[in-house]
Design a protein around this ligand. Structure first.
Ligand SMILES: *[C@@H]1O[C@H](CO)[C@@H](O)[C@H](O)[C@H]1NC(C)=O
Length: 549
């Protein structure tokens, strides 16, 4: 009962805020360069939506790093509606089409990972939501949201930052909220030798960085303090926070002073040529194969032809799962080495951060491999799909550390329940540890002695059939309501998540390993110790550092 009431409340809340554009107050305006931007008032906030922060990445700017927008001209700009999302990778109905899927899963997919339409190649816009009536000269802390969606889908319109700003006003800790679009899938993360040579890898990360430069230049006009920026994200957005911290040799260039990571830290990816086969497939499909400059050929294609070829490549919710076709990769430019190695070398922004996970990070990504039902097939799946270079000995060790025993798989602590197939809970446990939980603990092991850091674990929604406390359930706690939302707002203000009316959240240290834990129970939070699956996690982090995706 408590369980479904909470979801219902979260959904109603998200729905209500976006729908209630009540009697029209005078529209707020802001001056950027010579341009006048007209937004909308909503509750106690002013919303300025769909502001272009870079030139359209179309025509000859397709597959190029973002180009800063020119000074805004002396005219009026309509900032009343979200701009289109960036082109969305077709998920082929991956999870949605199955009758097995629980309502909670559908809610998450539909609320946050809906098919974002309209999408358009001309998509580089951002949104600013601020408290209304901020006296001029006010310098509020700024939180910049980076959405998730596997670097393949996502958009800003489904994350209503009004919720965050309203709550920050209630807490008397007002913040300015910014969210940006960034290029996705093949458009944002095309990967191959050609891409590497042309230095046009990781474009989606460059888009994010461009938006952060925009914030430095313009956020003062909204009452924001450019010296007090926190970057914050979930899933791919959270990995993006980690990658922004690793960029530029770990020098944040004054673009941000803190990071908040929900399910994604140090992404275990390898060289950008790991995407070569998918690049070659697109080149083949589009008839660019005979060209001397295939990249230029792709750049010149009609959008629809390129898009439908890109849609044929694997999605993150498909059988290939986290070995996705398009993701950030080592391009020797934005990402100069395997992220794991960059952390080891100390090339990471020395800023305070929070990093957390849900308890069952891997279940959503194990759903598409449910035809894998024996130990031999389990090993075959790892070798053929995830880690083609893994040795037989390492493979055997993984199979021992992650046994077929369903009581030890994920969703954890659910005994013999939720074994969708005999191997499902095993694959879910491995995937979650290898890509999401393991990298968080690795990061904390490496840097928590040097920089203030906090860790959390969300065990909420545990009763979701098959999926448990699955990836992205923590979104309801920040874009709905809950303790985590308040911890975020405190952190953005004070570089410390703690604050009044909240359970004390101890800093992480390798001696105590304390982490804030969110529960479904009547007592909704608890401080627990991050000491589970140590042998498993140490091993898979090591394997992934040697065989990055
Ligand atoms: C499961 O399905 C995938 C994708 O269709 C296929 O490539 C793979 O061989 C199948 N595995 C087994 C064990 O049937």
């Amino acid at each position: 009962m408590l369980f479904s009431a909470r979801i219902g409340a979260a959904l109603i809340f998200v729905g209500a805020t976006s729908a209630s554009i009540l009697p029209r107050a005078p529209d707020p305006t802001v001056q950027l360069d010579s341009g006048t931007f007209t937004g909308r008032k909503l509750g106690r906030t002013d919303r300025f939506l769909g502001i272009p922060f870079a030139k359209p990445p179309t025509g000859d700017l397709r597959f190029r790093r973002p180009v800063s927008v020119d000074s805004y001209e002396a005219r009026s700009y309509d900032a009343s509606a979200y701009g289109p999302a960036c082109p969305q990778h077709d998920f082929h109905g991956a999870v949605l089409e199955s009758g097995l899927v629980d309502n909670v899963v559908s809610n998450v997919i539909n609320t946050f990972w809906a098919v974002f339409t309209p999408d358009n190649e001309d998509c580089l816009s951002l949104n600013v939501i601020k408290p209304s009536n901020v006296p001029s000269g006010t310098k509020l802390p700024v939180v910049v949201w980076i959405y998730g969606g596997g670097f393949q889908i996502g958009g800003t319109a489904t994350y209503d930052g009004t919720v965050i700003v309203e709550r920050s006003i209630q807490l008397n800790e007002p913040v300015v909220y910014v969210s940006m679009n960034y290029r996705l899938g093949a458009f944002g993360f095309l990967a191959s030798q050609e891409v590497k040579d042309a230095k046009v890898g990781n474009l989606g990360l460059y888009d994010q960085r461009e938006a952060l430069h925009w914030v430095q230049k313009y956020i003062g006009a909204f009452g924001g303090d450019p010296a007090k920026v926190t970057i914050w994200g979930e899933s791919a957005g959270s990995f993006s926070v980690g990658l922004q911290m690793l960029a530029n040799g770990g020098d944040p260039q004054g673009l941000f002073r803190a990071g908040f990571m929900q399910s994604g830290t140090i992404i275990p990816v390898g060289d950008i040529t790991h995407g070569q086969k998918y690049y070659d497939a697109i080149v083949e499909d589009t008839g660019c194969a005979g060209e001397s400059d295939t990249l230029q050929c792709l750049r010149a294609l009609p959008y629809d032809i390129l898009k439908s070829a890109a849609d044929q490549t694997p999605s993150i919710l498909g059988y290939e799962s986290l070995a996705a076709a398009w993701a950030p990769r080592v391009d020797s430019e934005f990402i100069t080495d395997v992220p794991h190695a960059l952390v080891k070398q100390g090339k990471i922004a020395s800023v305070p951060f929070v990093a957390g996970n849900t308890d069952d990070e891997g279940t959503l990504f194990a759903f598409a491999s449910r035809n894998v039902t024996t130990t031999a097939e389990f090993k075959g799946y790892i070798k053929s799909v995830l880690l083609p270079d893994i040795s037989g000995a390492d493979l055997d060790t993984i199979a021992t550390l992650y046994p077929a025993d369903i009581t030890r798989g994920s969703p954890y602590d659910t005994g013999i329940l939720n074994a969708l197939t005999p191997q499902f809970k095993r694959i879910a446990s491995l995937l979650g540890d290898a890509v999401l939980t393991g990298p968080r603990r690795f990061l904390l092991n490496e840097v928590s002695a040097k920089q203030n850091s906090w860790s959390f674990l969300s065990k909420r929604f545990k009763a979701t059939p098959f999926f448990g406390s699955f990836h992205a359930t923590d979104l309801f706690q920040v874009y709905g309501a809950g303790e985590l939302q308040d911890y975020v707002i405190n952190f953005v203000n004070n570089l410390d998540p703690n604050g009044q009316h909240l359970r004390a959240w101890p800093k992480y240290s390798t001696s105590s390993r304390q982490q804030m834990t969110f529960l479904d129970s009547i007592i909704p939070t608890s401080v627990t110790v991050d000491n589970y699956r140590v042998a498993q996690i140490d091993f898979v982090v090591d394997v992934l550092s040697r065989h990055p995706l």
